[in-house]
Structure formats: C-alpha cells, structure tokens
Design a binder for this molecule. Sequence first.
Ligand code: FES
Length: 98
Amino acid sequence: MFRIKLGDKSYLVEEGESVLETLLRNGIKAPHTCKMAVCKRCISRVVSGDVPRRAQLSLTPKQIYNKRFLPCVCYPESDLDIEIHTTPSHPGDADHRY
Ligand code: FES
C-alpha cells in the first residue's frame, strides 16, 4: 500500500482506492464533482512521486508539464506528495498550497 502526503500529514491508500477517495475518507475537503476525469474540479499538483498516466490523460500538455493530475482517477503506484486546490470560503481566504 502507498501513502499520500499532503502538507505535514500522510494518508494510507487502501486497496483499489483513488487519491480522491483516500482524501475524502480522511475528512479532507478535496474539491470534486464527477469523479471520472470530466469536470477537472479535483485537479491537483504532484510535488514528488510518479502519477499513473491515466491520471493525466485528459489534461493539456501545459498542465502535465506543471505536474497537474486528477486525483479522482489516480490509483497510486508509488507514494505521492501532493498539493490540492481548495476553494476559499471567503474572498481573501485563499489556500496557497496549490
Ligand atoms: S472530480 Fe471531476 S475530474 Fe476529478
């Protein structure tokens, strides 16, 4: 099993679980809608580790170059250190981890 590191915490990915599912199961408010690589609302950035090709199939070359991936269709094949984008609930309350 692999681990997902997000900030100073890490989470164990269970068998058959996507990165998004791991985050949600652990109470992380990761943005998402479709969970099938269509809306791109979950788009995140990998800091270290290799994301499977499938997790970048619908992204632009620029997004791939910038290490973006879609956690909803990312089934890790190694440990990953990631950053997620969260929508600020108030203007000026932006999360700059992304
Ligand atoms: S939740 Fe829609 S692309 Fe990931």
